[in-house]
Write a protein that binds this ligand. Structure first.
Ligand SMILES: *[C@@H]1O[C@H](CO)[C@@H](O)[C@H](O)[C@H]1NC(C)=O
Ligand SMILES: *[C@@H]1O[C@H](CO)[C@@H](O)[C@H](O)[C@H]1NC(C)=O
Ligand SMILES: *[C@@H]1O[C@H](CO)[C@@H](O)[C@H](O)[C@H]1NC(C)=O
Ligand SMILES: *[C@@H]1O[C@H](CO)[C@@H](O)[C@H](O)[C@H]1NC(C)=O
Ligand SMILES: *[C@@H]1O[C@H](CO)[C@@H](O)[C@H](O)[C@H]1NC(C)=O
Length: 478
């Protein structure tokens, strides 16, 4: 008995050890097979994102795969392409074999750019799924009405795809959602009224679609909303009154590039947490409310391309970062004091704002951070040479249609500069060689003279000067 039981015990121990080793070194076979199925749906992976995904190795160690530590079941799949790296993408489809990953609580497939196919309906079969971020890919077709089945979802982002059709009404059943991001698609129709039931939302973005109708007046229930992005659609009508109930917490209110009308409501001045307000490119009329003087913490204000009139309120903001009041009916006379005194401003756009001043008299406290300055279509005299001499990172300077008078040869063209427009002023001197490095140049209709340096710009960039010559204009007389 003793003799015979010993080898058995050893055998049992070996088997047991073997089991332990197996379970410690590989993930659940269903998960492995589900992931390999996903990999086989990928037709091209030029940056080798999935190189570590090899059959027979522990799938918990594969790039983008996360497991629970106790049972080694896969809980999330998270693959993302790097935005500015050309080959950092995946082509193919999202294989339905991912439905084998029963423990999955999050799918994050972001910036993969070339994943196509329709909405992956297998997600309805994943009982634990809470987070879906399938962003910046090429998925198309409709968002299925059955999306409302996933009542456990905390976040749904399908931003940056090619989804068409309406936003399904059933989305109102996803009452646990804290984030709903459907921006950057081809969605049509109006905003379903049922979205009012999603009272836990902190982030609602529908921007950059083809949505129509009015912005629903349903915001009184959204007490936690911090980010509201409805820009770049076809919304009409007024800003609904219930938006006022978002005052305590809302940081981003973006309604730009729609067909909104009426006055800018006074209550926006009460938005104590507002960081960014974009009402640009709509049809707002009337004055900007005096209450804007209370927006002391606003960083980004864009009211450009509306029909707004004087007087512009005195703002009390200490550090605006970007300001665009271009193309309204303002007669500001000067660049606003609160922009001039901002220590952190990087973008100032005041095209056609009725500014009448000598540019040398403008003494901004900070010029170092400036990326963009647009003063087109004002009555500005003098020279930008001193101003541009003080910038380090300037990318664009637009000052066409003013009364600037200076020698172009003295202008410092910083390495970062890409866009320079000085058309329709009284600029004289020669065109410096350094402009050849710009992406866009326009010095037409000035008093420039001499041979044009070799550049890629068309004749219309140089036309209308006193005596500029050489390609792309007529040859110089020798
Ligand atoms: C993107 O995917 C499509 C369809 O799968 C394919 O035809 C195309 O070649 C892919 N593009 C790149 C850049 O790989
Ligand atoms: C969604 O839920 C409905 C009703 O509960 C059910 O009939 C339907 O089969 C579900 N659809 C999917 C795709 O799970
Ligand atoms: C700014 O806020 C204060 C207190 O919240 C209020 O009394 C005042 O009327 C507001 N100013 C404007 C111009 O709305
Ligand atoms: C530009 O700046 C340099 C030093 O930073 C200075 O020497 C020069 O005089 C300035 N030119 C103009 C026109 O302000
Ligand atoms: C330059 O500006 C003039 C006058 O505004 C315009 O007619 C012309 O098309 C512009 N050319 C380029 C290349 O921007």
């Amino acid at each position: 008995m003793q003799l015979s039981s010993k080898p058995l015990l050893i055998l049992f121990t070996i088997l047991n050890l073997h089991c332990l080793i197996v379970s410690a070194s590989t993930c659940h076979p269903e998960d492995e097979s589900g992931l390999l199925g996903f990999k086989s749906g990928i037709t091209s992976d030029p940056s080798n994102m999935l190189a570590s995904w090899k059959a027979g190795t522990d799938c918990c160690t594969w790039a983008g795969v996360n497991c629970l530590s106790d049972n080694k079941r896969v809980t999330s799949l998270s693959l993302s392409g790097q935005p500015d790296v050309p080959n950092s993408f995946l082509s193919g489809i999202i294989s339905l074999s991912l439905s084998k990953l029963r423990f999955l609580d999050g799918i994050y497939l972001q910036n993969l750019r070339n994943i196509s196919g329709s909405f992956p309906t297998f997600v309805f079969q994943l009982p634990n799924l809470q987070f879906i971020y399938i962003e910046n890919n090429r998925l198309s077709g409709r968002i299925p009405e059955t999306v409302g089945n996933m009542t456990r979802l905390s976040a749904l982002s399908l931003a940056g795809n090619r989804f068409t059709g309406p936003i399904p009404n059933s989305i109102s059943a996803l009452t646990q959602l804290t984030q709903l991001k459907l921006g950057g698609n081809l969605l049509r129709g109006s905003v379903p009224d049922g979205i009012r039931r999603l009272q836990s939302l902190t982030f609602l973005s529908l921007e950059d679609n083809q949505l129509t109708g009015t912005i629903p007046d349903f915001f009184s229930s959204f007490t936690n909303l911090r980010i509201l992005r409805f820009s770049r659609n076809k919304f009409s009508g007024r800003i609904p009154p219930s938006i006022s109930s978002l005052a305590p917490k809302l940081s981003y209110l973006e309604l730009g590039h729609n067909y909104l009308t009426g006055q800018i409501p006074d209550f926006l001045g009460n938005f104590k947490a507002l960081d960014t307000l974009d009402l640009s490119s709509n049809r707002f009329s009337g004055t900007v409310p005096k209450s804007f003087g209370n927006l002391t913490k606003i960083f980004n204000l864009d009211l450009s391309n509306n029909f707004l009139v004087d007087p512009f309120p005195e703002m009390n903001v200490k550090g605006i970062e970007s300001l665009d009041l271009s193309n309204n009916r303002f007669h500001l006379s000067e660049i606003p004091r609160w922009a001039t005194s901002s220590p952190i401003i990087f973008s100032l756009k005041l095209a056609r704002c009725g500014i009448k001043m000598k540019l040398q008299d403008w003494k901004p406290v900070e010029t170092y951070f400036y990326d963009y300055i647009d003063l087109s279509g004002n009555e500005i005299t003098g020279s930008p040479v001193g101003l541009l001499n003080k910038t380090e990172y300037l990318v664009g300077f637009w000052a066409s249609e003013n009364k600037l008078r200076f020698d172009l040869g003295e202008l410092k063209i910083v390495k970062t500069l890409k866009y320079l427009n000085l058309a329709k002023n009284s600029v004289f001197g020669k065109v410096p060689n350094a402009v050849a490095g710009l992406e866009k140049l326009n010095v037409s209709y000035n008093h420039l003279c001499g041979q044009i340096p070799k550049t890629k710009f068309p004749a219309s960039a140089f036309t209308g000067n006193d005596c500029l010559c050489g390609p792309p204009l007529q040859p110089c007389k020798s």
